[in-house]
Design a protein. Structure first.
Length: 200
């Protein structure tokens, strides 16, 4: 790559997103110069060019979201159905994924045809799959399977809510008869930081 090409590339990188002026001229030693400032009075063969810098659109959805949306578009049917509809909308907004929101009251007959006669809301269509009612686990599973990310960086989300407590692992059922019939079974290890039980 020539010195002029390197200089031109460096100038273009430094140009802001809007249009900028670029000057080309030949100096008194016969060298071609490219600058974003006007040439000196001794310059020859002066050319002024307007450069339209490329702008990368960062507000578009990430590629994974675009793919999922193309293959499995989301349509949420809600009305004034109370907490279930509110949670349904908040769920999609919190994940930051795009969806179309429709009210079945606007076209009741069309909605009945779409849902085989039911008027239940909320109802989420993930592509052609219909999820009746709101159930967080089922919705997350369907969205995950469709390729939607759990969170979209930079997406507008719903107002932050208090985190729900993490689910505790189920404790194995203990049969009281077995517990008393096998006194030689080793005692459970104390929890970290707990005082050991005194020996009997």
């Amino acid at each position: 790559m020539t010195r002029v090409s390197v200089l031109l590339a460096m100038l273009l990188v430094g140009i802001p997103a809007q249009a900028a002026q670029l000057y080309r001229w030949v100096d008194d030693k016969g060298r071609v110069e490219w600058r974003d400032t006007p040439p000196p009075s001794t310059a020859k063969k002066v050319e002024r060019r307007t450069i339209e810098a490329s702008v990368i659109e960062t507000s578009t959805a990430p590629y994974s979201v675009q793919q999922a949306r193309r293959n499995f578009p989301l349509t949420l049917y809600v009305s004034d159905c109370g907490e279930a509809c509110t949670k349904a909308k908040a769920h999609l907004t919190r994940r930051g994924i795009p969806f179309a929101e429709k009210n079945p009251q606007d076209d009741i007959e069309g909605y009945k045809k779409l849902t085989n006669g039911t008027l239940e809301v909320p109802m989420l269509f993930v592509g052609r799959e219909a999820l009746k009612g709101y159930e967080q686990g089922a919705w997350d599973a369907a969205l995950d399977n469709a390729g939607y990310p759990r969170t979209v960086v930079g997406a507008r989300t719903a107002a932050p809510q208090a985190p729900s407590p993490a689910p505790q692992p189920a404790k194995p059922a203990v049969n009281p008869a077995e517990a008393t019939a096998n006194p030689a079974a080793p005692a459970a290890a104390p929890a970290p930081g707990a005082e050991p039980a005194p020996a009997k």
